[in-house]
Design a protein around this ligand. Structure first.
Ligand SMILES: [Zn+2]
Length: 224
């Protein structure tokens, strides 16, 4: 992937997956559909709730969290008041749950948020929270199945909350053969170049400590 692809500023590396109503990296489609077929045989209807996401979308999420237009949470999931936090603390609070624009693994098209369509009703309001994937939650079976089988298809969980700076995300899976290369290519300079011209709130704060954010939230993930 080139710098624009790594940071979600182009779509040359991704394709529309008609069967899944989503966009993903061109080399991820076949392995994902194999995983999906195997899961279907076990009664699990795996769907991609979120696949490729571009830079502008991530920037919008970032700016809404920074300005307080979108809720901000602490490590325990309690609501924080953005206005009461100094810029540095606000940046840290956002990064606990959301990636920097340019640094989301969803930009690569290799990473997908997965759900099971079977146990939920038509009007179900998806939250993507840990309790939905824990014992008693609607996606308990999906989580157990993926734990056992996802690696056979090349997928792993980069955010287990063991090594990862990001909170545990049991729904977030990554296609290792492509994502591992992307991670090596997304160095600090590539990220800085993507952020420099962006209309991003808190940008000075972010750029001043970009080495630290890059090390903690990009490089530090749980391995395949
Ligand atoms: Zn995700």
């Amino acid at each position: 992937m080139n710098a624009a692809e790594l940071t979600g500023r182009t779509r040359t590396h991704v394709v529309e997956v008609a069967e899944m109503a989503c966009v993903a990296h061109i080399h991820v489609v076949t392995p994902f559909l194999s995983l999906r077929r195997a899961a279907l045989r076990d009664g699990i209807d795996v769907r991609i709730a979120s696949g490729f996401r571009d830079f502008d979308r991530q920037l919008k999420i970032w700016n809404e969290k920074f300005s307080g237009a979108r809720p901000l949470y602490d490590a325990a999931g309690e609501r924080l008041d953005a206005a009461a936090l100094a810029p540095a603390a606000r940046v840290e609070a956002i990064l606990r749950w959301s990636a920097l624009p340019g640094a989301s693994r969803h930009h690569w098209g290799t990473d997908v948020d997965l759900i099971d369509r079977n146990p939920i009703a038509a009007g179900y309001r998806l939250r993507l929270t840990a309790d939905e994937f824990a014992a008693g939650g609607p996606f308990e079976r999906l989580a157990a199945w993926l734990d056992r089988r996802a690696a056979n298809f090349g997928f792993f969980r980069p955010f287990r909350g063991v090594l990862s700076g990001v909170q545990a995300e049991p729904w977030h899976y990554s296609f290792a053969p492509v994502a591992e290369n992307a991670l090596r290519s997304l160095d600090r300079a590539v990220l800085a170049e993507a952020l420099a011209p962006a209309p991003m709130l808190g940008k000075d704060e972010v750029l001043a400590r970009l080495d630290e954010w890059h090390a903690r939230y990009v490089l530090r993930v749980d391995p395949p």
